[in-house]
Design a binder for this molecule. Structure first.
Ligand code: HEM
Length: 538
């Protein structure tokens, strides 16, 4: 009776419902051996040297040495929360996605973030904010990976490394843009006039939110929905905060950044802990799915454009409440992996060239960030739906796959899921006609207008908001050492609005540019990049 073999179910560790959760009255190694003590290394005599034999020491230090995973290449700084989404049911007329059907409630995890700063940077900086939501639907995960600004800097994903390189800390000194030279960012923005729209939102109060709880969210791209009858429509997603949209003033943001760099993550966690659970309503703008995919001349595949809500009102289709903080930041907020291609049946992507590129990028970066191909098995990423992907092995494999034939069809295992799944529950690639059959890198002419919506945004602002925008451009451009960069950006502002350009030019001590030629002809197209040498063509 003294010596008995261990059985798979009869040992101490397996009686613990969560054997790796680190609780209990004694310490063990990671293999479960009880430790006598953990404060001193094993040495040859009290005064050493230390012995290589000390497995516990080596294991402890080795694990510590590997505690850090790479931070996200963008959106590294974030804060997350759990909650639920309640569908109003009215979207069932446009989509067969079950989580939007009447009476459905779906668990969610949301991660808010800044874009450019590193994991340890301050919350209150002027930047775009990420607003990424994972809906754990019964039909698999739906990730709505959006921002708090309704447009994006660039129109084609191939430019993403360029805009991020221009905005990240300078390669020589690793000093962030926000604290020193701003030349590379404004060099990029002034040369890529498609970025003017997003940038003016950044320079407005939207660039310095008061709280994550008080931000709108936007899916930005146009998505395609399909209903039970097979009818399709195009939509843009919007989150509307119940608390309204509020911002910090620039002075407040500076003080907050210095006194409490964790201002936004603290605000979110404190609010939820005290029961003041933030809420948003989800809405959609709905467009007819025509071959042109335009609305009144606005190309719906151009992510630098909005469709004004006065023209196409946002129809509210559900409500989200965030009511629980993560219990462990690393496990949940750091390891969560969003992907714009995680879509349930009834929601599909469009050919927006920015969205198309994102479909590649997220899984690619997560393979490195989360150490191999099995990160969707992590608890925070696991769908609340059965998974039968026939994937096998790989770093971090958690699943105890059985059977000998991980392929289908097979005649050995009896595990033969339908490969041609015609059931209504399956995601179907919609039979959309591909518009152009000639291979080309050219962008459509409908992407050429880079200024009219910047003017629309500027004209929508109150006088106080306009003052803030002038102040922001003046401050940011004032940090540029290169006169040509400043001048070029002020010319861009003149193409938006004369008084804006005049005020910024005056505060920078620059001459007011004259662009009346292009304004009078209503020409809002981007000047050819080849013309952007030392002098700007006006
Ligand atoms: C991360 C939004 C464009 C590549 C993120 C996150 C958000 C976001 C919210 C943070 C997700 C999180 O909290 O974990 C957007 C929006 C875009 C856009 C709204 C345009 C409309 C792009 C493009 C690319 C890209 C064009 C690349 C071609 C990435 C990468 C990450 C990321 C690599 C890090 C993902 C990770 O490590 O898990 N983006 N993004 N994004 N984005 Fe985007």
């Amino acid at each position: 009776q003294n010596v008995s073999p261990r059985t798979p179910t009869g040992d101490v560790a397996n009686e613990d419902p969560d054997p790796i959760a680190q609780h209990g009255s004694f310490l063990t190694t990671s293999a479960g051996s009880r430790l006598q003590e953990t404060d001193h290394t094993l040495k040859a005599g009290e005064r050493g040297p230390s012995l290589l034999q000390d497995h516990h020491f080596r294991e402890k230090i080795t694990h510590f040495d590997h505690e850090r995973v790479p931070e996200r290449v963008v959106h590294a700084r974030g804060a997350g929360a759990h909650g639920y989404f309640e569908a109003y049911g009215n979207a069932a007329s446009v989509t067969r996605a079950k989580f939007l059907a009447p009476g459905r409630t779906t668990p969610v995890f949301v991660r808010f973030s800044t874009v450019l700063g590193s994991r340890g940077s301050a919350d209150s900086v002027r930047d775009t904010r990420g607003f990424a939501t994972k809906f754990y639907t019964e039909e698999g995960n739906f990730d709505l990976v959006g921002n708090n600004i309704p447009v994006f800097f660039i129109q084609d994903a191939i430019k993403f490394p360029d805009i991020i390189h221009a905005g990240k800390p300078h390669p020589d000194r690793e000093i962030p843009q926000a604290q020193s030279a701003h030349d590379t960012f404004w060099d990029f923005v002034s040369l890529h006039t498609e970025a003017q729209h997003h940038t003016m939102w950044n320079m407005s109060d939207r660039g310095i939110p008061r709280s994550y709880r008080m931000m709108e969210g936007f899916g930005i791209h146009t998505f395609r929905l399909q209903n039970e009858e097979g009818h399709t429509c195009l939509v843009k997603f919007h989150w509307k905060p119940k608390l309204g949209v509020h911002s910090l003033t620039w002075e407040e943001a500076q003080i907050v950044g210095g006194t409490d760099p964790d201002f936004h993550r603290r605000d979110l966690a404190d609010a939820i802990e005290s029961g003041a659970c933030p809420e948003w309503e989800l809405g959609i703008q709905v467009f007819e799915d025509t071959p042109e995919q335009t609305y009144e001349g606005i190309d719906l595949l151009d992510p630098t454009k909005i469709v004004p809500e006065e023209k196409v009102p946002v129809q509210l289709i559900g409500r989200m409440v965030l009511n629980a903080n993560p219990r462990n930041y690393f496990e949940e907020t750091e390891q969560v992996a969003f992907h714009p291609g995680h879509l349930p049946p009834g929601i599909d992507v469009t050919d927006d060239p920015l969205l198309q590129g994102r479909l590649f990028s997220y899984i690619d970066t997560q393979l490195t960030r989360l150490g191999g191909p099995n990160f969707n098995q992590l608890p925070i990423n696991r769908p609340h739906a059965p998974v039968n992907d026939m994937f096998r092995d790989g770093y971090g494999q958690q699943a105890g796959h059985t059977g000998v034939a991980p392929y289908t069809p097979n005649s050995l295992d009896g595990n033969n899921p339908l490969t041609a799944n015609e059931s209504d529950a399956a995601f179907t690639d919609l039979p959309v006609t591909v518009a152009e059959s000639v291979k080309t890198r050219a962008a459509p002419a409908s992407f050429d207008d880079h200024f009219s919506q910047v003017r629309l945004f500027w004209n929508s602002l109150t006088d106080v908001e306009k003052d803030h925008v002038v102040g922001a451009y003046s401050f940011e451009l004032g940090k540029c050492y290169e006169p040509a960069v400043r001048e070029r950006q002020v010319v861009n502002l003149a193409r938006v609005d004369e008084s804006l350009a005049q005020q910024v030019a005056e505060s920078l001590g620059l001459p007011v540019p004259d662009v009346r030629g292009s304004e009078q002809t209503g020409d809002d197209r981007s000047p050819a990049l080849s013309q952007l040498g030392g002098t700007w063509p006006v």
